[in-house]
Design a protein around this ligand. Structure first.
Ligand code: KG4
Ligand code: ZN
Length: 325
């Protein structure tokens, strides 16, 4: 079964063609990052207009790369929620029109769940590459808008255990980057600076929210803001690169430790020995290595998609639709 996937929930226009929920025939992503970075974040109105512009060329590219005819497509999958409404509408309208034109079923997919399905695709990462993921597993999605913990028992039995109460982890990365004067998106910038810093120097709070599966990162972001304010007052001059690096390293360590600790604790509590990750923040190498260390210590199987498949893409959307059928 060949599924055409479409993803337009934020500032990426993505089209993929996936065979049997596994083999990626094409996976095209056009990012608008350069376009939005001058504003320090995504401007929804501009994002949706750009989606309209980019959709047709990306569709054609995907078809060419996959080497299939449009008549080979058996179903069309599209992200229908959550996301920026104007951007979502471009993808949904395109998908509806194509499903009608090809006379095939249309499958609406939840973007956050789709991030977990990157683990079912063929070119899954380094980690557990040869093993096929089985159920049940604990799924953690860490993206710009969501930090969600799932208990996945079946393709139609996905229980949301906990979610963000305020800022998602990616949002906290982006906002802390802004406080440090770094460009958007902040996650990769913080990771780059953190490599030069000492994660032990500044001990920021770990928001564990003991007794709850939920997450909360806005307090941690505020702790960074106060630390910066006090540092500027005491030094009487602007923050230098060395201090920015230590703040980045300390902040990144606090986010990563919280995510790893809570996920492994949840898996143990539920008696499940398998964890799968997804979402843009999972591109972070400190998060990947820390998860790997801690899951090995706990004897748990860990699944992490390749960096490319952690970030927004349409292959995960097509894959989710295949298993929803
Ligand atoms: O999943 P995604 O591509 O889009 C959403 O669904 O939101 O995630 C985007 C988020 C942004 O907040 C970005 O700063 C963060 O992922 N991100 C990272 C890294 N790469 C992207 N955060 C930390 N470290 C990274 N290397
Ligand atoms: Zn996403």
């Amino acid at each position: 079964m060949i599924i055409l996937g479409i993803e337009t929930s934020c500032d990426e226009t993505a089209v993929a063609i996936v065979e049997n929920g596994k083999k990626i025939l094409a996976n095209e992503v056009s990012s608008q990052i350069k376009f939005h970075s001058k504003y320090g974040g995504v401007i929804p109105e501009l994002a949706s207009r750009k989606q309209i512009e980019l959709m047709n060329p990306i569709l054609e590219e995907a078809q060419k790369h996959a080497g299939v005819n449009w008549s080979d497509i058996d179903a069309v999958a599209v992200t229908s929620n959550p996301g920026l409404i104007g951007s979502l509408l471009v993808g949904i309208s395109t998908a509806k029109a194509l499903a009608y034109l090809f006379n095939v079923p249309l499958c609406e997919v939840d973007h956050v769940e789709a991030h977990l399905y990157a683990n079912f695709l063929d070119d899954r990462s380094v980690i557990n590459h040869s093993t096929t993921i089985e159920m049940p597993f604990i799924g953690l999605v860490v993206s710009g808008g969501h930090t969600s913990l799932f208990l996945v028992k079946g393709h139609r039995d996905i229980e949301l255990l906990g979610k963000t109460r305020d800022d998602a982890a990616g949002e906290a990365f982006d906002k802390v980057a802004k406080l440090l004067g770094l460009p958007y998106p902040g996650g990769p910038e913080i990771e780059r600076l953190a490599k030069k810093g000492n994660p032990e120097k500044i001990k920021f709070p770990r928001p564990y929210l003991h007794g709850s599966y939920d997450f909360s990162f806005s307090g941690l972001k505020t702790a960074v803001a106060y630390y910066l304010r006090d540092a500027v007052c005491s030094m009487q001059h602007a923050v230098d690169t060395e201090l920015k690096a230590d703040i980045s390293a300390g902040f990144q360590e606090a986010v990563v430790e919280t995510l790893v600790y809570k996920t492994i604790k949840t898996a143990k509590k539920k008696g499940i020995g398998r964890i799968a990750l997804g979402g843009g923040v999972v591109a972070n190498n400190r998060l990947r290595s820390f998860f790997k260390e801690e899951s090995e210590k706990s004897g748990m199987e860990l699944f992490i998609p390749s960096t490319e498949l952690c970030l927004d893409n349409a292959a995960m959307v097509a894959c989710r639709a295949y298993y929803k059928k």
